[in-house]
Design a protein around this ligand. Sequence first.
Ligand code: GLN
Length: 181
Amino acid sequence: MARPPLVGVLALQGDFAAHEAILAALGATASEVRTPADLAGVDALVIPGGESTTMTLGVEREGLAGPIRALAAEKPVLGTCAGLIMLDQKHLGVLDVVAERNAFGRQVRSFEADLDVHGVNGPVRAVFIRAPWVASYGPDVEVLAEVDGHPVAVRQGRVLAVAFHPELTGDTRIHRLLLDA
Ligand code: GLN
């Protein structure tokens, strides 16, 4: 039998443990990434939700920006919430999007919604916590879901980013998109 996919989860800050649980439920092996060496051999990478300023400092401190960009050129990547921000043009530059941080309002607009996500069968219960949205995007970016006309799930090639937290609801379908990419 083929070995299960090895999925790196950026574990500098944020809710990486919740992603590890979902990946385990899908039969994948999750492996915490804190240094460039931790990226060796991973088949895909998840960048979790958390706080993008703190995460950016950690990425710089550990010299992870170049290695993550190189990985994203070849392998599937999923960013959720702060992870979407990390992938945008102003941060890692992996996705041709500009994210607007705390776009729904700082505290008040933490909310849940049932979202139609292109490529996923049936509504996705989406938890938004001080979430970004995509303010602008380039021609290679496919919008998979919107809230009030603002993109909250996008895909560019094998790189997938969502403004919400699929790792918090026990729903494995968004992570399944990553493993299928
Ligand atoms: N507001 C956070 C940031 O800008 C993201 C919030 C989240 O990941 N839940 O980094």
